[in-house]
Design a protein around this ligand. Sequence first.
Ligand code: GAP
Length: 459
Amino acid sequence: MENVENKLEKIVSLAKRRGFIFQGSEIYGGLAGIYDYGPLGTELRHNIKQYFWDKFIAEREDVYGMSTAILMPKRVWEASGHTELFTDPLVECKICHERVRADQKDAIADHESAHKKDRSTDSRQEKAEWSEPKVFNLLVETKLGASEKSATEAYLRGEITQGVHVNFKNILDSMHPKLPFGIGQIGKAFRNEITPRDFLFRQREFEQMELQYYVRPDEKSSKEQFEYWKNFALEWYYGLGFKKESLRLRRHAPDERAHYAKDAWDIEYDTPFAGWKEAWGIHHRGDWDLRRHAEFSGQDISYYDEDTKERFIPWDIECSGGVDRAVLFALCEAYREDELGGEKRIYLSLKPQIAPVKIAVFPLLKNKPELVAKAREVYINLKRSMLHASGFMIVWDDNGNIGKRYRRQDEIGTPWCVTIDFQTLEDSTVTVRDRDSGKQERHKIKELDKYFGEMLLKT
Ligand code: GAP
């Protein structure tokens, strides 16, 4: 039986050991809530982002892609309501002055139990003593410009959304879209989270993938669009290889909704570390953003409908997902421990499409030049044909015995290992080993491209 308790610790350790994810600026003691992606984490994250781009943008006729700036002037965030309302309740422990989010029961409980342990020699300080909750704004502020006097107050965007809304008029004027249409984007967002925690789950710098879908201001049809996109985002998550029972949709209670939302649902993942947690937020934002930007900028941001001869401000249906949360949840969903051939192993049962490495190629023995030469030929040909066809990552490994190489690839989630052995030299076939079952089959070298192409479509 798997030990769920420390699954997150095991994933953090694997992520570091195998070059997926590191604590940001680790050699200087790290920075809370900040992470760096290593070579394999970068590939995994790239594959997830690519899947978002394909499904939400490239495969559609009604959605444009954009890439907007991280730094935006203060006025944008006043218009969007974030300077006033993008806040969390904060409490401070009067004994040790640590600040914690008042609505995060797990953070409060962690602090209280640490207190008991750390202060058990001084009975007066054994209990944490909390201040009254205060309102804390999450936006990360900065100043731009060389002189103190003329410096412009700016913010690192707290959500990538506003970059799209402030460009709504530019998109109308340059692309002339007809409603309903969407604008999708992937990019970094920054929040001064009071209690960053649970690895990639709550960070201060993270990446979002979003769709703003603009519709006519009409209750009935906007509700239908809302339903459509809610299910579309859920299906997208299943497409990453999640089991049905690992995900659910949950509606926000009215007092839980963000200030811009008329209706809000989360897609939640059943995490091994904290139960059901948000993966995507689906929001009915109504005309909140465009109306406020029109008011604050003094510009006309309305849409003119050529067919009905009406002018109005469209409503916005938003799908907003965390890229890093998708990486973390995919790792949680894929992490496995089992026994194969009498040996314990750890493997990541990642869906092949998102696995950082798709194929590893090995010569059976490193000290047999004829095997190495043949294996290099297979490796280079596979790389040439598959890399350019579909952005495949294929690696070479001749280090240690074959069993060790399989274990190494299992641990990073490589779905297929190709081994060149003595039989290859006679009949031009290789073994292809499947990660999850450990089973091996022989395939003709000249049919490998076709085989892997079909396998990727099948899974
Ligand atoms: N534009 C709407 C918006 O930003 P949100 O629910 O605040 O809505 C959307 O965030 C998604 O961004 C979340 O579902 C989550 O996946 C991700 N996210 C939010 N805060 C995060 C954080 N501190 N660390 C990592 N991901 C975060």
